[in-house]
Design a protein around this ligand. Structure first.
Ligand code: AMP
Ligand code: MG
Length: 391
């Protein structure tokens, strides 16, 4: 049995290549990983830009009355330079006219009977953004390896990258194992349950914008399981199996991995839930034997499979972690393993939820985060600060 931190290192170190790259439409780029630095092809703003709806003037004329020369809409080029005691009405985002160095908010002005305009307050900010204030031509705006979220996509669009180069998606295969499993559309027989893991894993992968291939349920015979695994390894870069990895009479996965020549990197991790987790490498393919219980499968996917898949796509993935106080005391019976516990964040505090263990999939619907409890710690006191990972 190895420590979680060692398992994570083994998984990450196993990735010695990155996926090849492709150019894709910006429309489909959410959650893809950038394969090339992006530099700006322009200054932002590309011209001195009004930050307000108002009047563009020379600041030194602030206390005077101004003659209005023209109205400048966004997207329109000003025609008249601003001279002494002159102004142009200007809209937010429009180009400043020559000679102007200040925009007076429309709410801080009044129109006079003689058609001139004056300032009604004591002082003002300049209310315009100089050319290149945010970004200059050739500035590095997005780094290779960036996981593209909406705000990154906005930047790519602003600097003209409508088809960014990204890493190809990892092809991930999902297999369930177990004679007790039936698919969700069926009514389980007396000794059966529905397959929930496969759909959970598919959804976890879809959240990463990885398109999984689902290979169905392998029956608990060496032959059936070997057949499905062989097909999945053939067609995928990563294979995620669930079930069949514990110590039962029909838990063949470690043996099948051996027979197929999969180099097993670990078979057990000192985490809870998810101890019986197998990770193996076959040539340039990666295979996880995830625990059958759905909460364990969820957890091991998040803490180990996800970083592996991201690394293959050129992204050094680190979940956003925060530290929050416990709303009440929490005790666990054994403290020999690092524990990951589903919890609820509410009012800035961590609330343990009713959780019966790794088969209690219904508990997870209440949870919006996980906390980790270090090896050797069995009590978390009220108010104690804990490490939290949002889900
Ligand atoms: P195993 O690792 O195959 O011994 O499975 C451990 C537990 O997880 C057993 O109670 C299984 O019935 C359950 N289990 C295995 N696979 C799934 C699945 N795909 N969906 C829901 N429960 C499962
Ligand atoms: Mg099983």
């Amino acid at each position: 049995m190895i420590a979680f931190e060692d398992a994570l290192k083994i998984v990450q170190d196993a990735v010695y290549y990155e996926m090849s790259t492709e150019r894709i439409s910006i429309h489909n780029s959410l959650n893809r990983v950038l394969a090339k630095d992006i530099v700006s092809d322009l200054n932002m703003p590309p011209f001195p830009k009004s930050a307000m709806d108002g009047y563009a003037i020379c600041y030194e004329d602030l206390k005077n009355e101004w003659e209005v020369l023209e109205v400048i809409a966004a997207g329109q080029q000003p025609e008249k330079p601003i001279g002494k005691n002159q102004c142009s009405k200007i809209m937010t985002g429009a180009m400043m006219p020559e000679g102007a160095d200040c925009v007076i908010k429309v709410e801080e002005t009044e129109e006079l009977k003689n058609a001139k305009v004056r300032f009604t307050e004591k002082d003002t900010k300049r209310n315009f953004v100089p050319m290149g204030d945010d970004v200059k031509v050739n500035d590095l705006v997005l780094k290779k390896g960036t996981l593209l979220n909406a705000q990154h996509i906005a930047v790519a669009a602003a600097v003209g990258y409508d088809s960014p180069r990204v890493y190809k998606k990892v092809r991930v295969g999902v297999i369930s194992t177990g004679d007790e499993l039936v698919e969700p559309h069926l009514v389980p027989g007396p000794s059966q349950i529905r397959n929930s893991n496969a759909y959970q894993l598919v959804a976890q992968l879809q959240k990463m914008n990885v398109s999984p291939l689902y290979f169905g349920i392998a029956r608990d015979t060496e032959e059936s399981t070997t057949k499905v695994i062989t097909k999945a390894i053939d067609e995928c870069d990563v294979v995620l199996l669930s079930g069949g990895v514990s110590m039962g009479d029909f838990d063949f996965i470690p043996k099948i991995f051996d027979d197929l020549g999969v180099e097993i990197k670990f078979k057990e991790i000192s985490v809870q839930p998810g101890k019986p987790s197998v990770f193996g490498v076959l040539k340039n393919k990666f295979i996880f034997g995830l625990p059958g219980n759905p909460v364990s499968s969820y957890n091991i996917f998040e803490i180990l499979a996800k970083p592996l898949i991201y690394k293959m796509m050129g992204c050094d993935y680190k979940p956003a972690e925060i530290r929050l106080p416990m709303a009440k005391e929490y005790n666990r019976k054994r403290s020999g393993r690092k524990s990951f516990l589903p919890v609820k964040i509410e009012d800035g505090k961590i609330w343990p939820i009713e959780y019966h263990g790794s088969a209690h999939i219904f508990a997870l619907t209440e949870a919006n985060a996980w906390i980790s409890i270090p090896v050797g710690v069995s009590t978390l006191n009220e108010g104690e600060i804990v490490d939290v990972r949002q889900i």
